[in-house]
Design a protein. Structure first.
Length: 331
C-alpha cells in the first residue's frame, strides 16, 4: 500500500521502496525549501519560531475531508482543538476511556480524593500553552505556587536542588561530596565527549560522591533506568548547576540567599478544583460533539479507510492521526 496524503495526488514513498531519504530542510522566510518532494511541501506545516514558542503555519487551507483522531490525551485534544480553530469541523476524536485526558487525567476515589495520573504540577515557557490556560480558566480558578521541595537523606530533609545545599548533610557525607565536587570542578576544562552517557556527564560535573549518594539512586528511580543507559544531551539541561564558591560560602554562613529558585518549575500553576486533569476536561468540553468517549478502536483498515470500534461500528475517514501503519493496526 502506498498512502496518498491530503492536498496532493502524488503518492508518498513507502518504507523500503528504495526511494532516497529526505534531506534535512531549512525553513527560510516562512517557506520550506524546494528540496522536499511535492507531497511533503503540500501537507507539512511550516513551523515558525517566535519568542512565545513554536507556532505552526498551514500553507494551504484544510480540505473538508473527514479526519479521525485516536486518543483524547493532551496531544489528541490539542490536534482536535487546532482543527476546530482552523475551521475544519469534519473530524472525530475517539477515546476508549470514559473521560478525556489520557495519562494526564485526574480521577476521584470512593472517599472523594482527587488523584492526578500524570504530572501534578503545571509549568511552561511556551506561549501557546500559557494562552490556553488563560482561555480555559477564569481569574481565581488557577492557583500559582512557589515550589517547596526537599530530598530525604538519612535522618533529615535536604532542600532541593540537593547539590546546592550540601551544608545540610551530615558532616562526613558533606565532606566526601564537597571533596569530589571540587575535583570535578578542576577537571571541567577537559570537555566531555558529546556522546557521553548521563552517568559519565554526572561524574564529570559533580564528582563521585554526589553521584553515589544522590544522582545515581534518584535518577534510576525517576527514569526507571540507570544513568549509564541514558544519553546526556537532553537530560543535562534538567540538572541544576553548582558554583564551588557558593557551596563553600554556604558552609561558612556567608552565602547570600539566591535571588530565585532554580528550575523551570520554581513557580507553577494548579487548578483550584479537579486536579491537573481539569485542564483537559475543559479543553474537551469546548469540542462540543466532536469527541466520543468509550469508543475503543480495535483496528484500522487503510485500504478501505475505515476505523473499527469494539462495538462493531465502523467509521470512515479521509485521513487519521497518528499516521496509519502498514500493518493496518492502531499503535
Amino acid at each position: 500500500m502506498v498512502p496518498v496524503l491530503p492536498h496532493s495526488r502524488e503518492p508518498v514513498p513507502a518504507r523500503g521502496s528504495g526511494a532516497p531519504p529526505l534531506a534535512p530542510c531549512t525553513v527560510r522566510r516562512g517557506r520550506p525549501c524546494s528540496s522536499r518532494p511535492a507531497w511533503w511541501r503540500a501537507t507539512t506545516p511550516v513551523v515558525c519560531r517566535s519568542k512565545e514558542g513554536f507556532t505552526p503555519h498551514i500553507p494551504h487551507p484544510l480540505r473538508s475531508d473527514r479526519v479521525v483522531i485516536l486518543g483524547a490525551g493532551p496531544c489528541g485534544l490539542a490536534c482536535a482543538d487546532e482543527l476546530k480553530r482552523l475551521g475544519h469541523r469534519d473530524f472525530t476524536l475517539l477515546e476508549a476511556a470514559p473521560v478525556a485526558g489520557g495519562l494526564a487525567a485526574s480521577v476521584v476515589d470512593a472517599a472523594g480524593f482527587t488523584w492526578d495520573l500524570g504530572g501534578h504540577v503545571v509549568f511552561s515557557h511556551f506561549g501557546e500553552f500559557d494562552r490556553l490556560l488563560a482561555e480555559l480558566f477564569a481569574p481565581g480558578e488557577l492557583l500559582h505556587h512557589d515550589r517547596s521541595s526537599f530530598v530525604r537523606f538519612r535522618d533529615r530533609w535536604v532542600p532541593y536542588p540537593f547539590q546546592q545545599h550540601l551544608h545540610h548533610l551530615p558532616a562526613e557525607d558533606a565532606e566526601a561530596c564537597v571533596h569530589d565536587l571540587l575535583l570535578a570542578c578542576q577537571r571541567r576544562e577537559q570537555d566531555l565527549p558529546a556522546e557521553a552517557d548521563f552517568a559519565t556527564w554526572l561524574h564529570g560535573m559533580y564528582g563521585s560522591g554526589l553521584v553515589d549518594w544522590f544522582f545515581g539512586p534518584y535518577n534510576s528511580k525517576f527514569w526507571a533506568m540507570t544513568p549509564e543507559q541514558m544519553a546526556s544531551s537532553w537530560v543535562a539541561e534538567r540538572v541544576a548547576p553548582v558554583d564551588a564558591g557558593e557551596i563553600m560560602a554556604a558552609f561558612s554562613g556567608t552565602a547570600a540567599s539566591p535571588a530565585r529558585r532554580w528550575g523551570p518549575n520554581a513557580t507553577f500553576a494548579f487548578p483550584a478544583r479537579g486536579g491537573t486533569g481539569e485542564i483537559w476536561r475543559r479543553l474537551a468540553a469546548r469540542l462540543d460533539g466532536d469527541l466520543r468517549t468509550g469508543a475503543r478502536v480495535v483496528a484500522v483498515d487503510p485500504a478501505t479507510r475505515t476505523v473499527a470500534l469494539a462495538d462493531g461500528q465502523r467509521i470512515g475517514y479521509h485521513t487519521w492521526w497518528p499516521p496509519a501503519r502498514s500493518t493496518g493496526s492502531p499503535p
